[in-house]
Design a protein around this ligand. Structure first.
Ligand code: 3H9
Length: 692
């Protein structure tokens, strides 16, 4: 007994052997941990003094699942399926003691045990679908045998984990314990007589066996319109649990898993998993320390300010919301209370939590309310003059060392900072709407922002559960700057002959939830028009729609005609577009779906190349994380820069060259970095950089 290897330790506690997994940070089931578990089982199975085994993890994780970094490499035995089979065949009961997460292969390991006990902190689930995979170590066969097909499909197809209480309610865990870990499980294991294997349970499958249409009825709403392959494969694998014998179902699951793990979709999603984590590691001088943040202030109680204040309150940080007029403050505070009320009603938080969170938000009139705040986030109207006034006042009123952030989505951070005597403390924190929901936060470093202030904003981002990505200062930063290229392209497509519905359909087929025009109608077309006016720019079709009073959903018409939220094409829009084309002397012609997609996406990639070249983003993965978390880029396409590498930069260079030749638009001329890499037969290399 004692240490088996670097990741596994075995000790005896009066007839019960504790097999402790300790492979930081999350007990990923890499080769060392798997072989340690295998050796431990071999050692214990023939030991007559061992009456039961407890398999334990750490406070953070029972196990976070298979080691994702091993996918795509040659597999090394014992594989996870073999380890699980060895546990299942132990002659004495094996009990999984779950604290923290048991996810993916981690939960599959627990399902190989004869019983499971959990502590209140446990979160269990099969999130493989989020990596473009399905649970490939028996999860699709064993989980439905315990919780039934309906619950299993919900967990496997969405990938969303459940908490300890829910796991106990559905029988996934046999008992909730609250004593010392894992000693309470050792005590519990002494009472276990039954060592029935999960694979031998059949009762929970009966309803689906008796009703062949049941699986499809349950699966249909879960699959929705997703174009990804993994959710469908998950359903097929669960179907195998119902229609096949256990071993056959297992072989079917394995085959489906192998098909996914070698495909581009899973490669993209695994890349995205790591890009998201890497993007949050700001490139800063060694030893840079974040400043402590105990109190925040948000200027502006509008939709954005209110949402940002809720983020602080949700993270346990008291926050003052500041307005200039009582009525605006009252409206903002009422809206916040309403949103918390809705969350409590839906059950996503308890009524007590809602009350606590709301209690952390205090409303104040006047900028004097920023006193005592360690961080101030300004979320007032997007107007340079107004922002400068606010920052000049903040310079007088905020305490020394406070981080002064603006939530602008495109204005120049340096110009805003220039009205203060402390430009080192000023930066952008660009939240996305609705701020309390969207995960992205662009942390915008100004020319003089100190590393310490960037570290503080990044640290605050983490506390607020955001994906905080540090970017440079330029018009629109990373996300909106690239989005502008897509909007230009979408306008141009209309003028050339495509309809709004064709453009939207192409982007939805690509994997976005909405096309640019449906999205514009939802957000309000007047917003874009105001920004364009401020910068002396025009978008002929959008401007013409606005001039006709068509602002989108809120006016009942925009690019489409609305009955409630239902959109339908409007011949009037076709006339407006044709008139604008004629004014510009453009001969309209049909545009195919593939060309539409290329013309929307490649200019964004081109802009991404410029952004990298200028150092506005530090890594291609940072750009991808921004698009995945702020703009609904389909996860299974990895992000625009990953997608570019998949398509091949030579193709993108050549098509951009075509677009440039056709329009003379300088922004469509292939960017020097793109040309250089394409000529050298290389890609942006986000994925390779990670693997290195
Ligand atoms: C699977 O199991 C397939 C099987 O069905 C079939 C096999 C045959 N592997 O997120 P964090 C790293 S597929 C490798 O910042 P948190 C992560 O990169 C797997 N590395 O912490 C990071 O590294 P670094 C199914 C992993 O506390 C560090 O750990 N499982 C893995 O916010 C900390 O991560 C999943 O999909 C892994 N599996 O969240 C779960 N997991 O510090 C994926 C984490 O160098 N993981 N790392 O940046 C998660 O959802 C979260 O990481 C977790 C912890 C909730 C576990």
């Amino acid at each position: 007994m004692g240490s088996i290897n670097a990741a596994v330790d075995v000790r005896q506690q009066g007839g019960v052997a504790v097999v402790a997994m300790d492979n930081p940070p999350v007990n990923a089931l890499g080769f060392v941990l798997r072989s340690g578990l295998m050796q431990a089982m071999e050692q214990l199975r023939s030991d007559p003094s061992v009456k039961a085994v407890v398999l334990s993890g750490t406070a953070r994780a029972f196990s976070g699942g298979a080691d994702i970094t091993e996918f795509g490499q040659a597999s090394r035995d014992p594989n996870l399926r073999q380890v699980i089979a060895a546990i299942e065949d132990m002659p004495m009961p094996v009990v999984a003691a779950i604290q923290g997460v048991a996810l993916g292969g981690g939960l599959e390991l627990a399902l190989g045990c004869h019983a499971r006990v959990a502590w209140a902190t446990a979160r269990v689930g099969l999130p493989e679908v989020k990596l473009g995979l399905l649970p490939g170590a028996g999860g699709t066969q064993r989980l439905p045998r315990i919780v039934g097909v309906e619950k299993a499909l919900a967990m496997i197809v969405t990938g969303n984990p459940i908490g300890a209480k829910e796991a106990a309610e559905c029988g996934l865990v046999d008992a909730l314990l609250d004593g010392a870990y894992p000693d309470a499980a050792v005590e519990w294991a002494r009472g276990v007589q039954d060592r029935r294997r999960v694979r031998d349970r059949e009762d929970a499958l009966e309803p689906a066996r008796a009703d062949p249409g049941l699986i499809d009825r349950i699966a249909a709403p879960l699959l929705k319109a997703s174009g990804a392959a993994a959710p469908r494969a998950c359903v097929e694998s669960v179907r195998g649990a119902v229609t096949m014998a256990f071993e056959e179902g297992l072989a079917n699951e394995r085959q489906l898993f192998e098909g996914l793990v070698t495909g581009d979709e899973s490669r993209a999603q695994r890349y995205a998993f790591f890009a998201e984590r890497e993007a949050q590691k700001a490139v800063l001088p060694a030893g840079t320390q974040a400043r402590p943040v105990a109190r925040a202030a948000v200027i502006g109680a509008g939709t954005m300010g209110g949402g940002i204040a809720m983020c602080f309150a949700n993270a346990g940080i008291p926050v003052t919301v500041i307005e200039t007029e009582q009525a605006a403050l009252d409206r903002g505070m009422a809206r916040i209370a309403e949103l918390y009320g809705i969350s409590a009603k839906r059950g996503s938080i308890t009524a007590t939590q809602a009350e606590e969170r709301r209690g952390r938000i205090q409303g104040r009139l006047g900028l004097e309310g920023v006193e005592g705040a360690d961080i101030v986030v300004e979320a007032v109207f997007e107007d340079m003059g107004v922002k400068k006034q606010v920052f000049a006042a903040l310079d007088r009123l905020a305490k020394p060392g406070a981080v002064l952030a603006t939530n602008t989505s495109y204005l120049d951070i340096d110009e805003i900072a220039s009205v203060t005597s402390r430009p080192g403390d000023v930066l952008g924190m660009h939240f996305f709407s609705p701020a309390n929901v969207m995960k992205l936060l662009e942390v915008v470093r100004g020319g003089q922002t100190s590393p310490e202030v960037i570290a503080t904003a990044a640290d605050v981002g983490k506390k607020l559960a955001k994906v905080g990505v540090v970017v440079g200062n330029c018009f629109g930063f990373v996300g909106n700057r690239m989005l502008a290229r897509r909007s230009d392209a979408a306008e141009r497509l209309l003028l050339d002959g495509a309809s709004p519905a064709e453009v939207d359909a192409a982007l939805v087929a690509f994997g976005f939830r909405m096309g640019p025009f449906a999205m514009g109608d939802m957000a309000g077309l007047d917003i874009g028009m105001r920004i364009r006016k401020a910068f002396g720019k025009r978008a002929p079709v959008s401007d013409a729609l606005c001039e006709a009073g068509r602002y989108g959903q809120k006016t009942g018409s925009g690019y489409y005609l609305y009955e409630g939220r239902n959109a339908r094409p409007d011949p009037e829009v076709d006339r407006i577009i044709a008139a604008e084309s004629a004014k510009l002397g453009i001969t309209r012609h049909p545009v195919g779906a593939e060309e539409i997609t290329e013309r929307l996406v490649y200019p964004m990639i081109n802009e991404g190349a410029r952004i990298l070249e200028e150092g506005i983003a530090a890594r291609p993965g940072d750009i991808d994380a921004i698009w995945l978390h702020g703009y609904n880029w389909p996860a299974w396409r990895g992000g625009p820069m990953f997608y570019a590498d998949l398509v091949g930069l030579a193709r993108i260079r050549d098509r951009l060259q075509d677009f440039f030749a056709a329009t003379g638009d300088e922004l469509l001329r292939p960017a020097p970095l793109l040309v250089k890499l394409a000529d050298a037969g290389q890609g942006f290399g986000g994925e390779k950089a990670r693997a290195a």
